[in-house]
Structures are given as C-alpha cells and as structure tokens.
Design a protein around this ligand. Sequence first.
Ligand code: GLU
Length: 445
Amino acid sequence: MTPIVTRFAPSPTGRLHVGNIRTALHNWMFAKANGGRFLLRIDDTDAARSEERFVEAIRVDLAWLGLTPDAEVRQSERFALYEARFDELVAAGRIYPAYETAQELDLKRKIQLGRGLPPVYDRAALALTDADRARLEGEGVQPHWRFRLDHDTAVEWDDLVRGDQRFEPATMSDPVVRRADGSWLYMLPSAIDDIDLGISHVVRGEDHVANTALQIQMFAALGATPPTFAHTALLTGSEGKLSKRLGSLGVDQLRESGIEPQAIRALLARLGTSDPVEPAVDMAPLLAGFDFGRFGRAPARFDEAELAQLNARVVHQLPLDAVRGRIPAGMEAEAWEAVRPNLSTVAEAADWWQVIEGPVDSPPVGEDADYLAAAAEAAAAIDWAADPWQALTAQLKQRTGRKGKALFLPLRRALTGRDHGPDMAALLPLIGRDRAVARLRQAVE
Ligand code: GLU
C-alpha cells in the first residue's frame, strides 16, 4: 500500500484565514487518521508577492492550531527540479512556447465570445515554424510557455468528496505554466512537487477542481500516477457568500478575540459534514470518524456566533494546565474550576479573580439591610472548614424564614457585587471568611 502523505500548500502572501485553516486541518486530519504524514509546502515561487514574515506567521499559526507539519519544503528552493522536468516536457513536445501579448489574447477571447464560442486558446503558437520563432525572438519577444493538453484523452477521476468527475480537455485552454520572465505559475511546480514528495492525497477547496483536470494531464505527461483528490465545498457565511471580513478572518484575530484552537478545530473539522459539531477538546474523537465520504457537496456555513458558542463550551472543559500563564497569577485549580463554567473566553477569568480577591463594589442594599447585618454575624460564626455557603444559608433560612431568591440574591450581590456568576458554593470558600464578613458588613454601613 502507498503511504499516506498530504500537503498543505499556502502562498506566503498573507496570514492564514478561516478557509485555508480548514484546508490545513483536513490535510492534517486525513494524514493523522490514516497513520500518514502531513507536509507544509510553502508556495513561494512568486518572489514579488511572497514575504518572509508570512512564512513565519504560517508556521506560528499552524503550531498554535496544533497542526504541526512532519516536514516543510519551500518551492523557492526547488527551482532546479522544476527546470529539469520542464525541459523534459519541452523536449517531449508537451510544453511549447507562445508569443502572444496579453492584449492579443484578450482580443482573441473577445472575438470568440462575440461568435458565441468558448474562449479557448486557439493554439496558434503551435503552428509557428522554427523560422517564425527565430524572427519573433530576434525582435526581442520572449515566449511564455504553455502545457499542451492531450485532447484525445478525457480527464476522469473519482473525487473523495465529489464522486466521479469528467472533463473534456478540448474545452480547456492549454494552461500557461511559465511566464516570459522565466517565473513559474502555480500549476506545474505543484504537480512536480506532488510527484517528487510522494503526495498520495491532494485535499483542497473545490475552487481547484478545474486546475485538477489540467494537473491530471501533467501527472500523466510526467509519467506519474496522479494522487487521489478530495475537493471540499467552500465555506459560506450565514447569509450567503462568505463576507470579505469573515473570509479574511485570520488566526491572529481569532486568537486575540479569545477563540481557542480547540474550538476552531472542532468547528472546522465538522462543518459541511454529516456529523454534528461537538466541543471536542482533544482531536482523538474528531479523528476517529474522519472520512471524506461524510462531507457534503453543498457549501458549508461558517457562523462566527457558532464559533463563539463552541468556544465557551471548550473553555468550560479546559484544565488548569491548558490556561496557565493566561489567567491571573495565584489562580489555582480550585478557583479556575469554580469560574470556568461562567466564561466565554479564558481572559474573562480575570474578572472573576477580581471578584474573589476584591475589592468589590456592592450595589445598594435597600430593604435587605437587616438581613445582611444578620448575614455578617452568621458569616463570622459559622464553620468555614466544610461548606460555608451551605452553613451560612441554612442558618439564615432558619433565622429569617427567607428562602429562594430572597435568601440568596442579597448575599450574592453583597459578596460579589453582581447578580450572576459562578456557583456561590464554589466561590465563597475562595473569597474566604475575612473578606466575606468584611463585604457583608460594608454592604450595610
Ligand atoms: N498555493 C496554492 C493555493 O494556495 C496551492 C493549491 C494546492 O493545494 O495545490 O491555492
């Protein structure tokens, strides 16, 4: 059996955003679920648009997401390989020079469209003689290079998400693979790398489907069996197309808004599949049933509100070790576990730490003054070793006959300054006797 190898191939022209994080995740998951390897391929053939700071950001973002690659390659270090394979294809007549300017090509397209014909490249360059080419080059026209599609062989593949796919090469233009200045377009180096790196599965968005049809012929021309393909449906926003803002939402922004990597993974792993979204903190349950057969072909809806909700449910499960360094110094397991169920983000723990440590502003007590005076007295007298909240409320219930909200709410307000919050039974021991008595007294002063 061929070993499973996937790759995530971002161009370092910006930060990772929700769409390509999802692609990275799918590649990582498929590799890990099948005992395979996950490679990071930096597609930096375009020197003008690629930036080193984005390469670094991609590494940092993947590490934060827990999608660490098993190896990393950079296309800019592999030009010799592309050159060699390009030469072979030129020698075999599968790549040919073309001399049209962008304006000429544009005009050809307009004429075709005007006649109701598909705007497919007419292969005029294939009809040039050696003398024609020599003359053009003598005039200083440098050729760009096209891959000659094999019109006699339909392109077919069984896509893991989309099922049987079929394209007629005659309906497609011979793709330009190299520009006149010698620089590479994405398509050919990618196919060369997929062969050289032993990529068994190419997992990417369905915006690449037409590229795949072309690349499958490149694999054949290069003497290789194409990898297996999985093209996932694209993300959409809750109201149609993914907005520019949502679409460009970067890992850095998500992280700054308090979203945990586990929440991003849990959502993106299941979005667009027939499995429910669950607040999984570990990857194991997500990996267990991972299967492209469970992906739908309809666009997957990405909803920021859903991510925020899922994030809260993830935060409620995080152990202290996962949040240390991000919560106030001095906050230990007991305090973390007491406040955790009330958080939407880890950063909010600081608010509750302030409530525990004080000072707190207690709201006006109104008619509860006598009651709180009694509470202060009771709080000073009860045994704090066991369950002080139970002891305090039991005693006050007996002394005052209050129950329910009338019993609990004035205490919560005076002790925490708020109407809502973590379970008082967990909070009160953390506030402790001295602060609790002082707060109750202060409330009636
Ligand atoms: N660099 C390409 C992109 O980001 C890679 C596509 C692929 O997965 O082959 O679109």
